[in-house]
Design a protein around this ligand. Structure first.
Ligand code: HEM
Length: 137
């Protein structure tokens, strides 16, 4: 189980690296006006999103492996954790929509919006890791 848990955490870190950095790129992208700059941000976002998908897939595959092998029936902390993980997946999917909006010139959000948007994953990380490590209920 320790190996499965180790890879679960490794992929989680990769996922969060993208979840923290992609919205930051959106902040700068929203302020960019020059064509080369707009192209550069679109390329950086596309490549980073590929890494985010790999991180998300690995976190979920190894997480579900832990569940089905060692954690059924689901304890309270894990039910709460999975509910928050669903929110994280929704955030991930919304980032994809925002990325395609930027690419097709349809973005309507300001840099200020993306600064606030960028805070959300930190709150989820805080709650999910406390649930996973402390297992309060
Ligand atoms: C579908 C997604 C996920 C599933 C099914 C899942 C499931 C699990 C399970 C069953 C454990 C084992 C707990 C133990 O044996 O102590 C675990 C550990 C852990 N998970 Fe997840 N998890 C998921 C996503 C995440 C995410 C998104 C994060 C980070 C924000 C995360 C962070 C952790 C941490 C830090 C541990 C280690 C806890 C410890 O060793 O005490 N997991 N996860």
């Amino acid at each position: 189980m320790r190996w499965v848990l180790a890879f679960h955490i490794i992929f989680m870190v990769a996922w969060f690296a993208g979840l923290f950095y992609l919205p930051r790129l959106f902040v700068y992208h929203a302020d960019a006006r020059d064509e080369p700059g707009l192209q550069r941000f679109a390329t950086m976002e596309r490549r980073l999103f590929i890494m985010m998908n790999i991180g998300a897939a690995g976190t979920i595959v190894f997480g579900l492996w832990l569940v089905f092998e060692w954690w059924l029936p689901l304890p309270g902390w894990l039910q709460a954790k999975l509910a928050l993980v669903l929110l994280l997946i929704a955030y991930h999917i919304y980032c994809r929509k925002l990325m395609t909006d930027f690419r097709s010139g349809r973005n309507r959000h300001s840099a200020r919006f993306f600064r606030w948007f960028n805070e959300f994953p930190s709150l989820l990380l805080l709650a999910i890791v406390i649930l996973a490590v402390v297992k309060p209920f």
